[in-house]
Design a protein around this ligand. Structure first.
Ligand code: GTP
Ligand code: SPV
Ligand code: MN
Length: 595
């Protein structure tokens, strides 16, 4: 059957088909019958395990190879014709050389396999902010995940028509050989190629590869923004909903903040939170001059460990049907799933994420190697499952953003919350962000690194140009620009315990942020920006001494002087592509600290 007459699509499909030589070709039409047949096939081959139909209807478990459990930043490339255009924070390779290398790796590897062609839309189909892609893959797991994470099928091809404005995504599992793994973006050709992996962020090409790396480049060229941000709506007792977007690095709390449940006393007053997105925001200036954001995804690819009824009720609820679990533990007694932090009932009869029998008596929560679920194990859940999904989620026009929040994991240094002085100063705050690394990417965990706007692994062009693009957007937005804040839920005491309770209690900080946007509350001007007076963070019903709050609102000049030195070092990389405004901001910070 012919699904499209689009000549650019047909030509590219023929080219890839000739390269990989599949036994069969299947267009993903988006029908439930087709997806159901693929689920059955994946279970028959052992690629997925069907879970308890009563407790977890429509849910499946999948395990990736132990060498393939996270994004691989050192194997991720931005292939622009000129090396300098990829910038100092990306790995670069000449596009022609890389195409040749990847085609060599992928040649003939679909033999005995089916080539699945997935037309997908990032954003509601037909939305002025949406973009279309086509992913070719030899993995049913990828097809089924893409069908949750994006809008897929024939209607996408209908929307595309004969246009050439679509992103080519080519994935080949090959042998899942770590040494030959490459995740490559060719922003100048709208193309992504991913080989030798089968892990989420490396192979669900709509997500980080397209919606951030390619889209950030497109946004730069076309005057909009693609950001690693959650989007949430906060409803007040007057039924007014205001939207904020927040950029935190991987595994630093986006999904949790996006689905937050306010403390009881605020719920009783009428406060509610609505989720628009938990990972990615595409933002454009709307007709009224404000910044509008959509979530280009259609599901959540969330971190499982630590997710429980108390920490994130809404995320857990989202996983109760039609979800796919990756690298969590399998409880054989109930044929359900388990992970560290789900509950205290360590399963007795359990298979760990590697597929081995797990002995709960050997479990030591401080030793990751004894965990039943991988620290970066994930759930893929349809957005429609989320009890607090915003009514705006599926509407194409986006939601107006009142505040942008940056944040990261910093045991010391960064206060719980502060506000930047203005947009330019806010861009400086984002550009200087740092966070401790997590299990979301392969490599050491807990090392502080600069991660500007949480985009270090995801910016598809020169980061100096990216900072300039932020400044230009601020210029266009003028006095309609969202206010910019920074938060840190992760300050620790001398024993390494988190001081701030976090999770639902972060609502107390969000309310301060909105009050600042409305000019309803004062703040203390410090060297780094406006910090709350402790009395202005509402601690009702919380067993948290105001004296302790003061310690995490503190701005220590000695610590910040060292921080300023590190920012200076970080800035050296960008050479003359660092906007002069940011250099001046750094000088202002240093001058403020010397006063
Ligand atoms: P990605 O999907 O990788 O982009 O991650 P994310 O930014 O969505 O992070 P997520 O919300 O999944 O949280 C990651 C980890 O941080 C989990 O273990 C959470 O339990 C923990 N976390 C989230 N919010 C808080 C918080 O307010 N305080 C503390 N202490 N931990 C938190
Ligand atoms: C992240 O690492 O930021 C994620 C998970 O959201 S992944 O899809 O692997 O990128
Ligand atoms: Mn993410």
């Amino acid at each position: 059957m012919e699904y499209t007459k689009n000549p650019t699509v047909l030509k590219w499909i023929e080219e890839i088909k000739g390269l990989v030589t599949p036994d069969n070709v299947m267009w993903i039409d988006g029908s439930e019958e087709q997806l159901e047949a693929l689920r059955a096939e994946a279970c028959a081959t052992g690629e997925m395990i069907k879970l308890n139909e009563e407790l977890l209807p429509g849910c499946y478990l999948h395990r990736t190879k132990p060498n393939d459990v996270a994004r691989v930043e050192d194997r991720t490339f931005i292939c622009t014709r000129k090396e300098e255009d990829a910038g100092p924070t990306n790995h670069w390779c000449d596009p022609l050389e890389m195409y040749e290398r990847l085609y060599e790796i992928a040649r003939g590897t679909y033999k005995g396999r089916t080539m699945y062609i997935i037309p997908f839309s990032m954003g509601p189909i037909g939305s002025p902010l949406a973009k279309i892609g086509i992913e070719v893959t030899d993995s049913i797991y990828v097809v089924l995940n893409m069908a949750i994470m994006t809008r897929v099928g024939i209607r996408v091809l209908e929307q595309l028509g004969d246009s050439n404005d679509w992103v080519r995504g080519f994935h080949a599992k090959c042998d899942v050989d770590k040494e030959k793994r490459y995740i490559c973006q060719f922003p100048e050709d709208n193309t992504i190629i991913s080989v030798n992996s089968a892990y989420g962020g490396n192979v669900l090409l709509g997500k980080k590869c397209f919606a951030l790396r390619i889209a950030s480049y497109q946004g730069w060229k076309e005057g909009w923004m693609a950001e690693h941000m959650l989007i949430l709506g906060i409803e007040n007792p007057q039924y007014e909903i205001r939207y904020v977007a927040a950029a935190f690095p991987s595994a630093c709390g986006k999904t949790n903040l996006a689905m937050l449940i306010p403390p009881k006393y605020l719920r009783e007053k009428g406060y509610r939170v609505w989720t628009v997105g938990d990972d990615i925001a595409w933002m454009r200036i709307g007709p009224d001059g404000r910044l509008y954001a959509i979530n280009p995804e259609n599901g959540f690819f969330g971190v499982a460990p630590g997710t429980n009824e108390k920490s994130n009720f809404n995320a857990l609820a989202s996983t109760k049907k039609n979800a796919i679990f990756t690298n969590v533990a399998h409880d054989l007694d109930t044929n359900t799933v388990w992970w560290e932090g789900l509950n205290k009932n360590l399963p007795e009869n359990c298979i760990d994420w590697k597929g081995d029998k797990w002995d709960r008596n050997k479990f030591d929560k401080k030793d990751k190697s004894t965990c039943a679920a991988h620290p970066n194990s994930r759930f893929t859940a349809p957005a429609v499952n989320c009890p607090c999904l915003s009514d705006e989620f599926d509407k194409g026009n986006g939601v107006p953003i009142s505040a942008i929040i940056f944040g990261g994991r910093r045991a010391k240094c960064t206060p719980l919350v502060y506000q930047s002085r203005d947009w330019e100063n806010g861009v400086f705050v984002g550009s200087a962000m740092a966070s401790e690394t997590t299990a979301a990417a392969a490599g050491a965990v807990g090392v502080v690194r600069r991660d500007p706007m949480a985009m270090l692994p995801f910016c598809g062009y020169h980061m100096g140009d990216y900072f300039q693009h932020w400044l230009d957007m601020g210029e266009k937005l003028g006095d309609k620009a969202p206010k910019i804040f920074n938060v840190n839920w992760f300050r620790t005491d001398d024993e390494g315990n988190f001081i701030w309770p976090g999770f639902g209690d972060n609502m107390r900080v969000l309310n301060w942020i909105l009050d600042r946007c409305d000019g309803k509350v004062g703040a203390k001007e410090t060297a780094i920006g406006y910090v709350p007076y402790a009395e202005d963070i509402d601690l009702t019903d919380l067993d948290f001494p105001i004296e302790t709050l003061k310690t995490i609102l503190d701005v220590d000049p000695a610590v910040w002087t060292k921080e300023a030195e590190e920012i200076e070092e970080h800035y050296v990389k960008f050479g003359d592509r660092l906007p002069k405004e940011l250099r001046e901001q750094l000088n202002t910070l240093k001058a403020n600290l010397n006063q």
